[in-house]
Write a protein that binds this ligand. Structure first.
Ligand code: ADP
Ligand code: MG
Length: 607
């Protein structure tokens, strides 16, 4: 008997199905994308047992005729392309004609559809067997029910992870799709409980606000960037607003939500040295690119894409986001020299303070309405929108305004809220580690070390300090472990770029004869050793550079326990608040917090 045989078509289909659907979330993705391709305006998904027992997807799209419905469950049946050339310009989410037959081969499948004319059609397929067709009455649109996914493929069923994680994966997929298609209403329920309830929104900003809350949406900044080959648009959060997963980091390419490593790395580049590890700022970005420069047909799920130039795509995302989250002061070049307080009053355009005040007051009223509602009324969002676009167009409103409105801290997460520089008066130093300042409404406690670290990193990044080297009067001999000494010898040239003038000195030490002036009289040896560790732990490139610079900044910054004069503190606070990313330290920790006079009054029983 021959051992090579052609597989029975039903079995072949079940095997192939594994490429398109591996868990309930991929079924939901395929069905929701079909609904979007059918121009649905509302898509509802109902689950039982996290989708492992039942997935129902209902849309109000254009529906199918009886004939089309019958064909749709056949392998390679698609209305979306008809020739290989169409692939180059495909605008629909689907095109392979594999989803419905794949899903129908591994579940009890039922599709009910109507174009709104004549009667509707029901197509039932049980585990890939012959379809049964019947006429039914139903409204315009399509409903697909997928029962007992993988009931006939026990090996796959065994891989399902239980209803909670499977449901979480569905929430994740639908959240991303919902951000990429803000105009469409989405709902996800199980057992009468809403997991997502998203009415059609005006744009990605409103959609993100529906999901993260209007208060947090204030930390979003508009992204508009054009590198020639790539146009990037959308919204990205300041590093002060982060979440524990990437669920609200959505990037789409020509409208298609994708998971592409190169793009995620671009995001990470943009936020490098501003976040604690494992934290992710919400973003909603779309990249417009010539369809011929991107291949969406790399994988049957169409989730991974490949660009003809992956590095350029990564760079475009990185530059686009970095540009929008960095804040550059309008005119400030030098720190104030007089001791007049508030000490930088005239450094800022007058209207910035006015804008600030106006905004603060309107926010106060709004807060009441917002506090109880999960999804705040759109009037609130329109103010957020105005604020965001004000910040994104510096000609219209000074960028400083709106960056740190003086009132709405209650709504913002504590980390990342910033004082208004022009209102701030340094009062003194606490415990030789914290700067205390008064803004009229509150006391601010500022961590002197991390604030200084932020300032120095900014300067080092701008290349200001690496230019100025300082020779050491008495060279430092640094004793190293043999492995360290080896790394040092191999990387002396690179270390010189970062301002360490060093030469081998005996078998296991180096002699430091000059340093970047930022480090002069600071912990030179510690900085050098940590820079060595950074070189050792990373590949050459931007990340390594950032780590080395962060190391230098950390060792050069004032420490806990360093006493500072009032003038020194004022200058530091000024430099910190006018640095590019003042909200968090290079490791993502908070730099300051605020205690309002009200709170202080309460503690003293003043009511
Ligand atoms: P593809 O989406 O790659 O074309 P599918 O197997 O997902 O392949 O769907 C096959 C065809 O069935 C689609 O091309 C479309 O014409 C039709 N179809 C599927 N789902 C829907 C829907 N919800 N509404 C209208 N038509 C649909
Ligand atoms: Mg499809």
């Amino acid at each position: 008997m021959p051992s090579v045989r052609v597989l029975d078509p039903v079995i072949a289909q079940q095997v192939a199905a594994g490429e398109v659907v591996d868990r309930p979330a991929s079924v939901v993705k395929e069905l929701v994308e079909n609904s979007l391709d059918a121009s649905a305006t509302r898509i509802e998904v109902e689950l039982a047992d996290g989708g492992t027992a039942r997935i129902l997807v209902r849309d109000d799209g254009r529906g199918m005729s009886a004939e089309d419905a019958e064909t749709s469950v056949l392998r390679h049946a698609t209305s979306k392309i008809s020739s290989i050339d169409d692939l180059e310009s495909v605008r629909t989410l689907g095109f392979r004609g594999e989803a419905l037959p794949s899903i129908a081969s591994v579940s009890a499948f039922e599709l009910t559809t109507s174009t709104g004319e004549g009667s509707g059609t029901r197509v039932s397929v049980d585990g890939g067997a012959e379809a049964t067709i019947s006429a039914v009455g139903c409204p315009k649109g399509t409903t697909v029910v997928v029962d007992r996914l993988f009931y006939n493929v026990p090996a796959r069923r065994a891989f399902l992870r239980g209803s909670r994680p499977e449901r979480a994966a569905i929430v994740d997929v639908m959240s991303h799709i919902a951000v990429a298609h803000p105009g469409v209403g989405f709902r996800l329920t199980e057992n009468g409980r809403d997991y997502l309830s998203l009415p059609g929104a005006k744009d990605a900003l409103e959609r993100l606000a529906q999901m993260i809350g209007v208060g947090k949406a204030r930390a979003l900044r508009e992204v508009a960037y054009d590198s020639g080959a790539f146009r990037v648009s959308g919204f990205a959060a300041l590093p002060s607003l982060t979440e524990g997963s990437r669920v609200h980091q959505t990037i789409s390419v020509n409208g298609r939500w994708v998971r592409a490593d190169s793009l995620m790395r671009g995001l990470d580049d943009a936020y490098r040295a501003t976040l604690p590890s494992g934290r992710y700022p919400p973003v909603a970005l779309d990249i417009t690119v010539d369809p011929r420069r991107v291949d969406v047909n790399v994988h049957p799920t169409k989730q991974t894409v490949r660009f003809s130039d992956d590095r350029a795509a990564r760079a475009a995302i990185g530059a686009a986001v970095r540009q929008s989250i960095e804040w550059r002061p309008p005119t400030l070049t030098s720190a104030p020299t007089d001791t007049d307080r508030p000490f930088v009053q005239e450094s800022f355009p007058k209207q910035s303070t006015n804008y600030q005040r106006g905004y603060g007051e309107s926010w106060r009223d709004k807060k009441v309405a917002e506090s109880s509602a999960g999804y705040a009324p759109s009037r609130d969002l329109s103010e957020v929108r105005e604020e965001i676009s004000g910040i994104s167009n510096p000609e219209e409103t000074p960028r400083f305004a709106g960056y740190s409105p003086s009132e709405p801290y209650v709504d913002l997460p504590e980390r990342g809220a910033l004082p208004e520089l022009s209102e701030l008066r340094v009062i003194g130093q606490l415990g030789a580690g914290y700067i205390l300042a008064d803004d009229g409404d509150a006391m601010w406690v500022i961590d002197q070390h991390v604030a200084h670290e932020r300032v120095l990193l900014d300067r080092l990044n701008a290349g200001e300090d690496t230019a100025s080297m300082q020779s050491l009067l008495i060279p430092e001999v640094v004793e190293l472990a043999p492995a360290e000494a080896e790394t040092a010898r191999e990387n002396l040239e690179e270390l010189a770029v970062y301002g360490f003038e060093a030469e081998p000195f005996g078998p296991n030490s180096v002699r430091l004869s000059g340093v970047v002036s930022t480090l002069a009289e600071r912990d030179i040896v510690g900085a050098f050793k940590n820079a060595l560790a950074a070189v050792e732990g990373t590949e050459p490139g931007r990340q390594r550079e950032e780590r080395i610079l962060a190391t230098i900044a950390c060792h050069a910054a004032v420490k806990m326990g360093d006493r500072m004069s009032l003038e020194e503190m004022e200058r530091l606070v000024h430099d910190w608040l006018t640095s590019r990313l003042p909200a968090t330290c290079p490791h993502g920790r908070s730099i300051c917090f605020r205690t309002s006079l009200k709170e202080i009054g309460r503690k003293l029983d003043r009511h």
